[in-house]
Every structure is written in structure tokens, then in C-alpha cells.
Design a protein around this ligand. Structure first.
Ligand code: IMP
Length: 198
């Protein structure tokens, strides 16, 4: 019998992707599957604190082992901004186009356009807490390129490539993404961890 694990997300697409990475040893549920229909608050100033808050919320209120992720685009010249504020950089509306416009404007006075996407995953497992991380380094373009993906994909070129995430096929991006790297870390940990059955 697989170990039950909740991924603190309402996004079915993300949940399916994670299920394929984690493999059959775990019975993976999303938030809606356990009857959690609220948006869990992410009020903190670091990716780590926000991811931990979400995983703890599920463990405390629903009694399940759980993991949660938080991602940000960290731009070197901007001291790591927008970072944990990536979704709301241009305001509460979470408008991707407005976020990109603001970032390109802020960065226009700098020559250094280095940036990285960073994903943190927090896991609460049998009352212990663990953190995993994945990062992709790259450059911010001067204008939008490509139409696939989401968020800041049209202005981010990963190191060793000559096209933006938004110019890549989804599968190509997902193979090298920050989220995939963090999930691979989590998955490797889960495979080697001996768990009590529940
Ligand atoms: P979340 O933690 O996955 O919700 O990501 C927070 C914000 O970071 C998103 O709203 C996007 O603006 C940005 N973001 C996260 N992952 C990606 C990505 O893979 N490509 C582009 N933008 C991303």
C-alpha cells in the first residue's frame, strides 16, 4: 500500500506532473481531493517560509503528510527582486504582462541581466520538516520572445540555450526547469526514506 501524500496545490496540471515524477510508491492527492478549497496564505518574505507555511497548514488542519512549493525569479541587479513577490510584482492583480513590463523597465538601467528561477519545496513528513531546492540560472532578455509557458517565461533565457522558456516546447522546459530540479530532489529523498505505513 502506498504512502499517502498531499501536494498543496489546486492546479491539476501541476499535480499530474508531480505524480508522474514521484512514481507509484505514493498516493498523491491535491488540495481539492482532501476538501481544502481555500487559498492558503503566503504572507512571508522568503520562498522557504511560504512553502513551509503551506505544508504545515495542511499537516495541522487536515492531518496529512504534505509538501508545498514556492517559486520566484531572482534578478541579480535588482538585489534578488522580484523573488518571493514575483506573482504580485506589478500589483495585486497578478498580471503577467504588467509584471514583465515593470521588470524590463527596472532593469533597463543595468548592464548585468543575470537572473535565476528558484523553487523551494517544503515537506512535512511524519512530523519532521525538510526543504528541497531547484534553480535555473540565465539572462533576462530586452524584449518579449515566444508565446508558450506562463509568468516570466517570455523574457528568460536559461544558461546554455539561445531561446526563452516561452520559445521552448513545454516538455523541453519541464525537463530542465527549476521546479523539475526541486521535485527530483524531493523524489530522490522520498524513494530512499523508509516510512511507516498509514
Ligand atoms: P508559484 O510559486 O509557482 O505560484 O510562482 C510564483 C510566480 O513566479 C508566478 O506567478 C510566476 O509569475 C513566477 N513563476 C513561477 N514559475 C515560473 C516559471 O516556470 N516560468 C515563469 N514564471 C514563473
Amino acid at each position: 500500500m502506498g504512502h499517502q501524500l498531499v501536494f498543496a496545490s489546486h492546479n491539476q496540471h501541476k499535480i499530474d506532473e508531480v505524480r508522474s515524477i514521484i512514481g507509484p510508491d505514493f498516493i498523491l492527492s491535491g488540495l481539492d481531493d482532501i476538501g481544502c478549497h481555500t487559498e492558503i496564505p503566503e504572507p512571508f518574505k522568503t520562498l522557504e517560509d511560504n512553502a513551509l507555511a503551506k505544508a504545515r497548514f495542511v499537516a495541522r488542519h487536515y492531518g496529512f503528510d504534505c509538501f508545498a512549493d514556492d517559486t520566484g525569479l531572482e534578478v541579480e541587479s535588482l538585489g534578488g527582486m522580484p523573488g518571493v513577490f514575483s506573482a504580485r510584482y506589478a500589483g495585486k492583480g497578478r498580471d503577467n504582462q504588467a509584471n514583465i513590463r515593470k521588470l524590463l523597465k527596472e532593469l533597463s538601467v543595468y548592464r548585468n541581466r543575470k537572473a535565476r528561477f528558484r523553487t523551494v519545496i517544503a515537506l512535512v513528513l511524519e512530523n519532521r520538516e525538510y526543504l528541497f531546492e531547484g534553480a535555473v540560472h540565465g539572462m533576462i532578455t530586452e524584449s518579449i520572445k515566444g508565446t508558450s509557458g506562463f509568468g516570466y517565461d517570455p523574457i528568460f533565457i536559461p544558461e546554455g540555450h539561445n531561446k526563452t522558456f516561452a520559445e521552448m516546447e513545454t516538455a523541453e522546459k519541464n525537463r530542465i526547469s527549476h521546479r523539475r530540479m526541486a521535485l527530483s530532489e524531493l523524489s530522490a529523498f522520498l524513494q530512499k526514506t523508509t516510512l511507516s505505513s498509514r
